[in-house]
Ligand binder design. Sequence first.
Ligand SMILES: Cc1ncc(COP(=O)(O)O)c(C=O)c1O
Length: 344
Amino acid sequence: MSIGAQPRFRLASLPTPLQELSKLRDALGGGQRCPRILIKRDDLTGLAFGGNKARKLEFLVGDALRQGATVLVTSGAVQSNHARMTAAAARAAGMKPALVLTSDAECPALQGNLLLDKLLDAEIHFIRANADPLLAIGDQEAARMAEVVSDLRQRGERPYLIPVGGSSPVGALGYVTGTLELVTQLFQMGVAPSHLYYANGSRGTQAGLVLGAKMYSAPYRIKGIAVSGGEPEKTHRAVRIANEAADMLGVTSRVSAEELLNDQNYIGPGYGVATPGCLEAIRLLACCEGIFLDPVYTGKAMAGMIDHIRHGAIDPSDTIVFLHTGGTPALFAYADEFSEQCMR
Ligand SMILES: Cc1ncc(COP(=O)(O)O)c(C=O)c1O
């Protein structure tokens, strides 16, 4: 079935803007040392403060409604953007949200995304955080999800289970259409960027971006910056998701593991731990351009891109694109990390 015929429930304000970061370029050495940088503002998708999940959720909610679901169930870390946006999508589509969230704290601070989950009156089930700091979620979350689903069924609900990050073949369609949107904007601007930078988490975004790039002949190489560990399993997952999405669409394009770039040098001590480079990137973009990044995903992705630029990995005559995938509500849960910097 073609992409236009897939069940879809409109949640996002599209197209999102594609803007030039000329002052960031100046701050990174100007045209002699830094490529031209464009930013694709998927932080402005709308839906409960925006982000990449709005694109995935349009197809996931379309599928859930087609199946007659009454509750969207998903999981993530306590500050999960995906959980917040799934809860909002459920409400927007007339369903209820149920979330399984991991947390170290006995009583996590009601801040950032968790505050928004509560305002959306999501049913929240907490479990302990993963023992491996590099991973966003662990095995115990699958077992808890199964319990929640069975409990909802007993209560007469029809739950629709969304995997962590919305990373499934259906969810990946969001960045197949997102790629068509970006390629169209680039064509209209008359530019052919050499690279697209973005943050890699559960990898559904990557699956959609790489499949979409093949389907629509995108000019750029796709450079994922990892924010969590889990290799090589996550790459295998992204390959599977991309190729199952291709099957759903009836296209012949196929994705292989070698095509999925995932730079793991900017994760730092663990998932959700803001590194000095991440904090610097957030401050730099805010001060140069008045645009906020987040401390878990886009701050680390921007830190990686800036580091590549500073090390001369990209030709200054190139144009590159940074995909801003959102996540900004989490900023408010990281006040302590910024307070030392701000007081200077
Ligand atoms: C703000 C933000 N950026 C990037 C990602 C990574 O997307 P994916 O999980 O599809 O790799 C996420 C995932 O939660 C996110 O919330």
